[in-house]
Design a protein around this ligand. Structure first.
Ligand SMILES: CC(C)(COP(=O)(O)OP(=O)(O)OC[C@H]1O[C@@H](n2cnc3c(N)ncnc32)[C@H](O)[C@@H]1OP(=O)(O)O)[C@@H](O)C(=O)NCCC(=O)NCCS
Length: 150
């Protein structure tokens, strides 16, 4: 599978929200994203000032997966791959690109919140690619995992 990877821009935010609503595990619809403050109005200025950075994967010009991170807090904000593209290394590559970018700032430790249900793909995925559970949970019941710069 040959895909293109590039930096995300403002104009990708809408399609990224659609993708988040179409994942096999844990889909989050647009209404819920808006409730969490994930809107173009809120994210766009943060991307412009460099607080949020993102990368997308494209298949023949169509965005099929994406990942964003917060350069101030070290949080990986979101990672999502459309079901038909799972299992081809896309999630790992996008996560690696965002991790590399965040670690090139002055951050030494990154974190993210992920579903604590061991039957979902993300549970084993993050552990497999080097993230460690902290044993702590956020207000939504998601588990906090961390990644330390080696
Ligand atoms: C979780 C998700 C991002 C994984 O993306 P993906 O592209 O299918 O994963 P990859 O193909 O890049 O997998 C990378 C590696 O992790 C491994 N892996 C993936 N899921 C795994 C699991 N559940 N257990 C163990 N290893 C796993 C793969 O075998 C692969 O290993 P390798 O590099 O040694 O060959 C994707 O399934 C997804 O978008 N899920 C829905 C949304 C979601 O839950 N996002 C996370 C919210 S915080």
């Amino acid at each position: 599978m040959i895909l293109d990877y590039r930096k995300a821009s403002d104009s990708d935010l809408d399609i990224c929200a659609d993708i988040r609503g179409a994942t096999r595990d844990n889909p989050i619809d647009k209404a819920t994203l808006i409730k969490f403050g994930v809107t173009t109005e809120i994210w766009s200025p943060k991307m412009e000032n460099g607080t949020y950075i993102g990368v997308v994967a494209e298949d023949k010009g169509e965005v099929i997966a994406y990942c964003y991170g917060n350069t101030q807090t070290g949080e990986v904000l979101v990672l999502a791959v459309l079901p038909e593209y799972e299992g081809h290394g896309v999630g790992k590559k996008l996560l690696f690109m965002v991790v590399k970018c965040l670690l090139s700032q002055s951050l030494t430790e990154l974190w993210l919140a992920a579903g604590a249900n061991s039957t979902i793909r993300a549970y084993g995925f993050y552990r497999h690619v080097g993230w460690s559970p902290t044993g702590t949970f956020d207000d939504n019941g998601d588990e906090i995992l961390r990644y330390k710069k080696i």
